[in-house]
Design a protein around this ligand. Structure first.
Ligand code: NI
Length: 163
């Protein structure tokens, strides 16, 4: 496994719509393993393949105290409710902002073995899934803000989730 460089704005790979994975092979296993290591190394709660320069629809999620989740070709099937949550992005270092997110999301995608999985998520997991699935569509959390004035600098001991 390897820690990969995390791309930051204005890297154009972050604005591309990532391509679907057609076959899950060794290169995808390696990508997932490297993304998991990179996410932990950056203390993130999630990471999308475009953030490491790979324009494919692959995301990893790392909730505290839980085994990492990798999803291939994930999509949001349904969003329910609304809430405002603080959020930051490893590709936009140093800032966070309150973002409007769903209360509950239902997501489907493939696991590393190619099996379809469906999950219902709330709280931090729902937020991370929305954030990462935005990434593979070339969308960043700042796109959901009315103004860049809503961005706040991250304080040294702050606890805002980064993904
Ligand atoms: Ni991000």
């Amino acid at each position: 496994m390897a820690v990969l460089a995390i791309r930051t704005l204005p890297d154009p790979v972050l604005r591309q719509k990532a391509k679907r994975v057609k076959s899950i092979d060794k290169s995808i296993y390696k990508l997932i393993n490297d993304m998991v290591e990179t996410m932990h190394s950056a203390s993130g709660v999630g990471l999308a393949a475009p953030q490491v320069g790979v324009p494919l629809r692959v995301i990893v999620i790392g909730m505290p105290e839980e085994e990492e989740l990798a999803l291939i070709n994930p999509q949001i099937v349904r969003r329910t409710g609304e809430r405002l949550v603080n959020e930051g992005c490893l590709s936009i270092p140093g800032y966070f902002a309150p973002v409007q997110r769903a209360e509950v999301v239902r997501v489907k995608g493939l696991d590393r073995t190619g099996k379809e999985i469906r999950l219902r998520a709330d709280e931090l997991l729902a937020q991370a899934l929305e954030h990462e699935i935005d990434h593979i569509n070339g969308v960043l959390y700042v796109d959901h803000l009315e103004s860049m004035d809503e961005l706040q600098p991250v304080e040294p001991a702050s606890n805002e989730p980064m993904a």
